[in-house]
Design a protein around this ligand. Structure first.
Ligand code: UD1
Ligand code: CA
Length: 457
């Protein structure tokens, strides 16, 4: 049985270069905090425990993460990465191994972490290192005869050591049995007067414990966020990776550089997505769905064959097969559209069910309504669902025809097959299959004259 795994995530730093009041690890990539990215990734490692070391920003980090299964340890003041792991020491079990991660390095993959853990389970120290053309700012890996001897920080390095291009990513795995001794032995006699976790490498070597290195498949996996500019770069890398996964899965993206996925997007076959679309939360697109340019789609399930025309905003809704939505449609939470529904331009639908093949094609507001099948709602027709205090439902039964510019004052029911004359204000239930209208009769005032401008004095 390999030893069980403990994970320590360092997240106490302020991140001065973010120029923000928010702790750095709470800044977001793809709508999710940096720290949450790390925590979501490591779940798959099935660790015995996860300990998050927080500090800057008071309780902002534990409040934002709010997960009782995590051990949250406060580091106050922040005296360096070694000091940070020391704060977590009481959470770590001496028979386990510990993986140390940074809360501001969000894109590391499980496949990169597993070999490190294996190294620690083999009784050695596992260190994730990477070659960098420009290693400025990173700790350098000092080797002798090919073997790792120690890590030297940029600020403490000699001119000769600064030429080393193998750098410390900060990610390491260690057998816990050595940690109390090594952490207690750390000194802060360095340029930054900090207790460096990186000094445990030299201590391990002195104790005759071998340090073995592993390397990430992709460079982005070890990139940390220290500034808004790096945050934006990682956001693009992350989005590109997602876009290419979609392309590999057969989705047509008119431009993989111009799509943003902040959550999960599951696509059927032959889905086509035009430029500048944003997908948030959980979105499912069925076979053959087309999404036009500049749509925002949030927590929506869209069945096969639907066509979402440009500039539509869809949120917390479901759409049956072969619907046509937009352009410029707004589908709000609680909307359920059956198959072959048409929602046209400048139409807002909220908390409503719309039945098979019904059409609401122009300039309407349909809120808190139950609309049957094959209903036609004319241009500018609206439901008056709110009386200033409470919301009420409008029911429009199968086959009804609502004339243009009609107000349906809820609660009200338009019975099956009823026709409402254009321009009506309907406050009472209307009978089946009859024409109902409420409007002043049209009259002509013979000889009426338009007002004329008074002559200037
Ligand atoms: C660290 C490494 C360096 C490595 C680099 C990779 C040390 C001494 N140096 O340097 O070798 O190349 O990462 O990015 O470890 N943190 C705390 N408490 C503290 C200090 C830091 O929790 O007291 C956390 C930070 O929030 C951050 C991480 O540890 O998530 C790294 O800290 P940072 O100050 O960025 O270390 P670097 O100087 O970049
Ligand atoms: Ca850093």
């Amino acid at each position: 049985m390999p030893q069980a795994l403990d994970i320590v995530v360092l997240a106490a730093g302020k991140g001065t270069r973010m120029v923000s009041e928010r702790p750095k690890v709470l800044h977001e990539i793809a709508g999710k905090s940096l720290l949450r990215h790390v925590l979501d990734t490591i779940k798959a490692l099935d660790p015995e425990q996860i300990c998050v070391v927080y500090g800057y920003g008071g309780e902002a980090v534990p409040q934002a993460i709010a997960d009782p299964s995590l051990k949250m340890v406060k580091q106050e003041p922040q005296l360096g990465t070694g000091h940070a792991v020391q704060q977590a020491l009481h959470c770590l079990h001496e028979d386990h191994v510990t993986l140390v991660l940074y809360g501001d390095v969000p894109l590391t993959r499980i496949e990169t972490l597993l070999p490190l853990i294996r190294i620690a389970q083999g009784g050695k120290v596992g260190l994730l290192t990477v070659e960098m053309k420009n290693p400025y700012g990173y700790g350098r890996i000092v080797r002798e005869g090919g073997k790792v001897r120690r890590i030297v920080e940029e600020k403490d390095a000699s001119a000769e050591e600064r030429k080393i291009t193998e750098v410390n990513t900060g990610i390491m795995a260690l057998p816990n049995q050595y940690l109390p001794g090594w952490l207690a032995a750390l000194k802060n006699c360095n340029v930054q007067s900090e207790y460096y976790l990186t000094d445990v490498i030299g201590l391990a070597v002195s104790d005759g414990i071998e340090v073995a290195t592993a390397h990430p498949a992709h460079h982005r996996e070890v990139l940390g966020v220290n500034s808004k500019s790096q945050l934006a770069q990682l956001e693009r890398m992350y989005q590109q990776e997602q876009a290419h996964k979609l392309l590999d899965g057969g989705v047509t993206l008119l431009d993989p550089e111009r799509i943003d996925i902040r959550g999960t997007l599951v696509c059927g076959k032959d889905v086509v997505i035009d430029i500048n679309c944003v997908f948030e939360g959980h979105v499912k697109l069925g076979d053959g769905v087309k999404v036009g340019a500049n749509c925002v789609v949030r927590d929506v399930t869209i069945e096969k064959g639907c066509n979402i025309e440009p500039f539509s905003l869809l949120e917390k809704a479901t759409m049956g097969a072969d619907c046509r939505i937009g352009p410029f449609a707004r589908i709000r939470p609680g909307t359920q559209l059956a198959e072959e529904v048409h929602i046209g331009n400048f139409v807002e639908v909220k908390n409503s069910q719309v039945g098979f093949n019904s059409k609401i094609n122009h300039l309407s507001y349909i809120g808190d309504a139950t609309v049957g099948a094959k209903v036609n709602v004319g241009a500018g027709a609206i439901t008056c669902n709110y009386d200033g205090a409470n919301k009420h439902r409008t029911v429009i039964e199968d086959g009804a025809f609502i004339g243009s510019d009609t107000q349906l004052v809820a609660p009200v029911t338009i019975a099956r097959g009823a026709t409402i004359g254009a321009g009506s204000t309907i406050t009472k239930d209307t009978p089946e299959d009859e024409l109902t209208l409420s409007r002043a009769r049209q009259i002509t005032i013979r000889g009426w004259k338009r007002p004329v401008k008074k002559a200037k004095e």
